[in-house]
Design a binder for this molecule. Structure first.
Ligand code: PDD
Length: 281
């Protein structure tokens, strides 16, 4: 696979980043995951806007202009022959010569920019979406700025492992009794035809797929309610699902051992997945 590091396209085995890189030592970096369908980037502009927001919130420099970044994305898709898959982009505060808690001077320390592709044939036609997935609930003990897409992913990784240990696929995190989001996705329930998902704030990541799906839902005259919901409410819901750039719309059929609706993907989730894939391609 050919990857991109700081201006160069290289075989992955030759790509190098300093051991003093702030992301390696301090998780001082932000990232984006953009999906590719039919060789085309999905929602590229949305991901770029969020990247800019993440960088601004952390006083980090943007390493390249929008046009350059889209060019790098397209070139990697082409070089690696990606029809369906993902592109991972990471920007870090760079590598000063030593470890220091204080941010380095942005005049002398350039940000690190890394991109790589992940080939995922069958991403759109994912058989899991026809079955649905099972989630457990766990306490959300992450930091308070989940709206910034940082590479501090240790707790979400632990959540994923807790889910696997319990024979499930993912974990929905709960804070003060209300679901925040999944380990790497936004969470939804459907009750009496109403789509309910947590409102945007610093408590959750502002999902690009979330924004697109809610727009399509409203255009299709579906009712959307943006507010927090509890696990108890979710267990009583007619449907549940999550959204992310890597899974699009994914039905959830079990929460903490309780069957949701009929235990098969619901109509609203299936329809939203279909609309999303159709409209994005
Ligand atoms: N994760 N919430 C969290 C905590 C996430 O990490 C993600 C995305 C989302 C969904 O956002 P979007 O629709 O923009 O992908 C919500 C990516 C896919 C990842 O970490 O791989």
């Amino acid at each position: 696979r050919t990857v991109y590091v700081n201006g160069e396209y290289l075989p992955e085995t030759e790509a190098k980043v300093s051991i003093f890189d702030r992301a390696f030592l301090m998780a001082d970096g932000v990232y984006e995951v953009t999906s590719v369908l039919g060789g085309k980037l999905i929602d590229f502009e949305g991901h770029q806007k969020r990247l800019e927001r993440s960088l601004n919130e952390l006083d980090m420099k943007k390493p390249a202009a929008f046009d350059d970044l889209i060019e790098i994305h397209r070139k990697l898709v082409e070089l690696n022959g990606i029809e369906e898959g993902l592109i991972y982009l990471q920007v870090t505060r760079g590598a000063p010569g030593d470890r220091d808690f204080a941010f380095p001077d942005p005049e002398t320390t350039e940000p690190t920019l890394v991109l790589f592709t992940q080939n995922k044939p069958g991403l759109a036609d994912n058989p899991t979406a026809k079955k649905g997935i099972k989630v457990i609930s766990i306490e959300d003990i992450r930091w308070g700025r989940r709206d910034i897409k940082t590479v501090q992913l240790l707790y979400p990784s632990m959540g994923k492992m807790m889910a696997k240990k319990a024979g499930c696929d993912d974990a929905w995190m709960v804070e003060d009794g209300f679901v925040t989001e999944g380990t790497s996705n936004n969470a939804y329930i459907v009750k009496d035809g109403k789509i309910i998902t947590r409102n945007l704030s610093t408590d959750i990541l502002h999902g690009i797929t979330r924004a697109a799906v809610l727009k399509f839902a409203r255009e299709a005259q579906m009712v959307v309610e943006e507010r927090p919901f509890t696990i108890e409410e979710a267990k009583e819901a007619d449907e549940a699902f999550f959204t992310s750039a890597s899974a699009f719309v994914m039905p959830v059929v079990e929460i903490d051992g309780a069957t949701i609706g009929t235990g098969t993907p619901g109509d609203v989730a299936a329809r939203l997945r279909e609309i999303y894939l159709e409209e994005s391609r």
